[in-house]
Design a protein around this ligand. Structure first.
Ligand SMILES: [Fe+2]
Ligand SMILES: [Fe+2]
Length: 382
């Protein structure tokens, strides 16, 4: 629909080639797909500060949560999720336009595939964690919730993997489940990190969706058309974590507020640095990554007032310049790693120190305090 599908010389040659050449070309493509899928799975296996991780936690502690204090809101949310409004959504239909992967600008193709792999890993990471909780638990409320969330994340990851397959790439999700390293987080850290990742996920998807509604000429792939219903799933997941935190006031008060501030800073900073690694992708979308980050932070902060007593002061004079410093330190760190040797090592130490200092500056910007409402429940409004 909005996709330009110019015939490249290469594609034209394939159409007119004789049988042998076509077979050869197919064999090469198959080999290439195997390689790409191996490379994709390897990329998904990476555990750095910037790549999505798999988590494990103290499942017994999670299973012991009593949702009685939030029962009314809880039952409404579970009923909504059980009604499964997105049951038929994650399937390709006539809105799924043809994607000309061969004709795509190579820099864009590389960044977009990287974006899809990273998104697929993040979605699947949720699925693995939620499924494990469902498997290990005996608390009917908790297992029911995690079963519903695992259902959604499996659909999300599967749908992205479908899109990748068209590019000859597939992330081996079974292999990831068995072989990717699991990071242990105590339950309260899981609440903060997962709540934020669900809400920021909602904000990211809806911001792109609304932008492309206004600028359909930038919709270079059909996947973006699925984002509105998709982000409503993430919204509900975030709501569930807000209710879980609401069952215990200690989780969002006292010293834990410092942890909340840490997770807010880490999640925002990671998003900023990671998005700035994909200039061609954002250019194709017609999105300035600085504008996008600010939009997403504003929405996420507004939402997180439902449960967190603080938000980060993203309008503070030091906020944006320090994010830029952090991002530059990260670029230099990457270059130093690639350079290697003694000179690379020295540069690496310098870049790490600058990144740590930038992160500390962000963390120590005074936060804004809020009165948290009695009932956290919200509906998606963006
Ligand atoms: Fe998801
Ligand atoms: Fe989610």
């Amino acid at each position: 629909m909005n996709l330009q599908t110019p015939q490249t010389g290469e594609a034209g040659a394939t159409h007119t080639a004789d049988a042998t050449t076509a077979e050869e070309s197919f064999a090469i493509q198959k080999e290439q797909a195997k390689f790409d899928s191996k490379a994709a799975t390897e990329l998904a296996m990476q555990n750095t500060l910037l790549t999505p991780r798999f988590y494990t936690t103290d499942f017994d502690e999670l299973d012991a949560i009593d949702v009685s204090p939030v029962r009314e809101d809880w039952d409404k949310l579970i009923a909504q999720m059980e009604a499964d409004p997105n049951k038929g959504h994650f399937k390709k239909n006539e809105d799924w336009d043809h994607v000309d992967w061969d004709g795509m600008d190579p820099a864009l193709r590389k960044e977009f595939i990287d974006f899809l792999i990273s998104s697929c890993t993040a979605e699947f990471s949720g699925c693995v964690l939620y499924k494990e909780m469902k498997r290990r638990g005996s608390n009917a409320d908790i297992t029911q919730l995690f079963q519903l969330m695992a259902r959604d994340e499996a659909r999300h990851a599967g749908f992205i993997n479908d899109a990748l397959r068209e590019a000859g790439v597939a992330v081996n999700l079974g292999f990831l489940t068995q072989k990717k390293k699991y990071t242990y987080f105590r339950p309260k850290f899981i609440y903060y990190a997962t709540y934020l990742s669900e809400k920021i996920g909602y904000a990211r998807y809806i911001t792109i969706f609304r932008h492309l509604e206004e600028h359909p000429e930038h919709r270079f792939h059909p996947l973006f058309k699925w984002f509105r219903e998709w982000c409503n799933d993430e919204f509900s997941h975030g709501e569930a974590f807000a209710l879980l935190m609401k069952t215990d006031p200690k989780l969002t008060s006292g010293r834990n507020v410092l942890w909340i501030k840490f997770f807010l800073t880490a999640v925002y900073a990671t998003m900023y640095v990671r998005d700035h690694q994909r200039p061609a992708f954002h250019k194709a979308l017609g999105v300035d990554p600085d504008w996008y980050a600010h939009e997403v932070f504003t929405k996420t902060s507004e939402l997180s007032k439902q449960i967190f007593p603080i938000t980060l002061d993203i309008e503070h004079r030091k906020w944006q310049p320090t994010l830029v410093k952090l991002q530059r330190a990260n670029v230099d760190l990457d270059a130093a790693r690639k350079q290697g040797g003694v000179a690379g090592f020295v540069k690496k130490l310098g870049a790490q120190a600058r990144a740590a200092s930038a992160f500390a500056t962000l963390y120590f910007i005074p936060a804004q305090k809020h009165q948290v409402p009695d009932s956290p429940r919200l509906e998606p409004a963006y």
